[in-house]
Ligand binder design. Structure first.
Ligand SMILES: [Zn+2]
Length: 177
């Protein structure tokens, strides 16, 4: 097919792409699935063969998009198990926290009632608003959310206790301040 001018050709190409986008993507996807190994090997080979070219292209891109590269880098962190993508790590942490930290507040209220609404360290009187949930055995030592492992503390004591066990806490000097 001959076009009067370049522009017209481009416009036709764009329209064709838009009209057949779904189909093209589906075809590409099937091809990619069928040739996964092959394509990966090809990419690896290409990257190895063109590492200098890639470095130049990356540098150019970074110059053209200042700030972008830094933002991208900031999403990666060096961790003991290698470099991880921060958002993925954060999502994993959140999921862990969700399963780990489901608290039965009804049971906790009942326990406060039973303990006379008092901070279990300093004995200060508490209300539903001022009582904070403390893990007697901290999560980091394998403590659970079972009611037996929870106790009410005032905010001040809870902050000072942090992730310490009661034994560590009572052994620390703050009680004698
Ligand atoms: Zn207290």
């Amino acid at each position: 097919m001959a076009y009067k001018n370049h522009e017209q050709g481009l416009a036709y190409g764009r329209k064709y792409y838009q009209d057949h986008r779904e189909h093209k993507l589906a075809v590409e996807k099937i091809y990619a699935e069928k040739h996964e190994e092959e394509m990966r090997a090809y990419r690896q080979q290409w990257n190895a063969d063109n590492c200098e070219r890639r470095a130049v292209t990356c540098k150019e891109w970074e110059v053209k998009h200042p700030g972008h590269a830094a933002m991208r880098c900031s999403k990666w962190r060096r961790t003991p198990s290698g470099i991880t993508y921060v958002r993925r790590a954060a999502r994993k942490r959140r999921a862990e926290r969700r399963t780990r930290c489901f608290l039965d507040m009804k049971a906790f209220d009942a326990k406060c009632e039973q303990l006379g609404w008092r901070c279990q360290i300093c004995g200060k009187e508490l209300t539903r608003e001022t009582a904070t949930v403390d893990h007697i055995v901290p999560c980091k030592y394998g403590g659970t959310n079972e009611i037996d492992n929870l106790q009410p503390l005032c905010m001040k004591c809870n902050c000072k206790k942090g992730a310490k066990s009661m034994k560590e806490m009572l052994g620390s000097a703050f009680l004698f301040e």
